[in-house]
Design a protein around this ligand. Structure first.
Ligand SMILES: *Cc1c(COP(=O)(O)O)cnc(C)c1O
Length: 419
């Protein structure tokens, strides 16, 4: 199994090399040279983590991690992936990982695979992450305690929510957090400058374009659609709340492999780079706008090149990638509607998906992907439903730890002092 660039001109890479590299040397994103087919050995009978393992196996055929994959998946996917059933209009709850959002799947798989690869090589790596919210928490949690790896998380002072900050600053050991005097853009610039400094070596990133974060997202769609088909005898439409479209790319790869998915529909918030693209044929990346579904506040989706590689001409893109935008008012309305009907509580991102299902999906069989636990967004959700929401235990435990963040000026050299 080989991986090539979404842009031309790169030699092929193995899955392991792609995971360690992150980005292709030519600036493109890694994609399989040929999409593998679901293996005949794919099985649902041994539970979710094993099904995900068997869905991922063809992507590691001949790779140095092939024999370790089962153990990596068992360790990384150590939490449930349940459905909330509602007569076929079901919701897939991807938020039972340590930081209560779907990013735990990818971040944990990446951490365990990198650990294994570095162990084989006798090498160490330092992961730099600039975060304005949830990614840093998922990465910090996933890499905490992993051998051969350390993490430096940078976040802009006063620009992340109190809850998000608590998920970034309580770590010790191999995870350090830095509260930067500056904006999120300053944090990103510092990371870029550190990567360009030739006196620093052994640096890497863990962002959502990494193949190691994408493949688990493919795997849970194979698992969930196969289980759904078994229960209902129908292929589901899958509705995905999207920002950088990494989660959605996983679903398109699952469908291309042969997973029983009828079609895929994207739900965006008021950020409309894709909604406008399918309406006009012009793809125009732009600055993001702030919404209630803030993990989807993306004006230039980082995984878009992978969708363009799957659907190179505009007509095939438009017919395969329907996208609908949901406003903040509709997000509030949908959280309330769902709660009043059934007592079910959803986060603002999931509400975008539910709104799109209600307004644009005619089929009786569908899955909305729930990307985060509603307690992560209690400031928005609790006033709408008029009651408090219990925080998941793992998140509560992370947030109880005393803050160990270091305050620094926006200068990347300060990240590497007192090493
Ligand atoms: C990251 C995130 C999204 C968006 O996922 P993409 O892969 O960027 O499209 C949606 N909801 C939540 C809660 C997230 O954390």
């Amino acid at each position: 199994m080989e991986y090539i660039s979404t842009r031309s001109g790169s030699e092929p890479f193995s899955a392991s090399a792609a995971i360690l590299k992150g980005l292709c040397p030519d600036g493109g994103l890694f994609i399989p040279r040929e999409m593998p087919k679901l293996s005949p050995s794919f099985t649902l009978t041994k539970g979710a983590w094993y099904a995900m393992y068997s869905a991922m196996l063809p992507f590691f055929e001949g790779d140095e991690l092939e024999d370790d994959l089962e153990e990596i998946c068992r360790s990384a996917f150590s939490f449930p992936v349940p459905f909330h059933h509602a007569d076929g209009k079901d919701t897939l709850e991807l938020y039972y990982g340590p930081t209560a959002a779907f990013k735990d799947f990818g971040a944990r798989f990446l951490a365990f695979s990198m650990e294994k690869l570095l162990e084989k090589r006798g090498m160490d790596l330092t992961i730099l992450v600039a975060t304005s919210g949830d990614t840093g928490g998922a990465v910090a949690s996933a890499f905490h305690g992993r051998n051969h790896l350390s993490v430096k998380v940078l976040f802009p002072r006063g620009r992340v929510s109190r809850r998000q900050e608590l998920q970034l600053t309580g770590w010790d050991g191999n995870v350090e957090s830095f509260e930067v005097e500056g904006t999120f853009d300053d944090c990103q610039r510092m990371v870029k400058e550190a990567f360009m400094d030739s006196s620093l070596s052994g640096l890497s990133s863990a962002n959502s374009i990494n193949l190691g974060r994408l493949l688990p997202q493919m795997a849970y769609y194979v698992y969930a659609s196969s289980l759904y088909k078994l229960e209902y005898g129908e292929e589901p439409v899958i509705v995905i709340p999207s920002g950088n479209v990494g989660n959605a790319t996983g679903a398109y790869w699952a469908k291309a492999m042969g997973a029983p998915i009828k079609r895929i529909v994207l739900a965006a918030n008021a950020n409309r780079p894709l909604t406008d693209y399918i309406a006009t044929g012009k793809y125009e990346p732009r600055a993001s706008v702030k919404t209630l579904a803030n993990a989807m506040d993306v004006g230039a989706p980082s995984n878009i090149e992978r969708l363009f590689a799957l659907f190179p001409d505009f007509d095939s893109f438009r017919s395969n990638v329907p996208v609908y935008s949901v406003s903040d008012d509709e997000i509030r309305k949908t959280i309330k509607e769902v709660y009043d009907e059934s007592g079910y509580v959803i986060c603002p991102h999931t509400a975008c998906g539910e709104r799109v299902r209600r307004d644009h999906v005619e089929e009786a069989h569908s899955i909305v992907v729930s990307t985060a636990h509603p307690a992560k967004f209690s400031d928005t959700v609790e006033p709408i439903i008029g009651r408090t929401i219990a925080i998941p235990k793992s998140l509560y435990e992370i947030m109880q730890k005393p803050s160990k963040a270091k305050h620094i000026a926006a200068d990347y050299h300060l990240l590497f002092e007192n090493r």
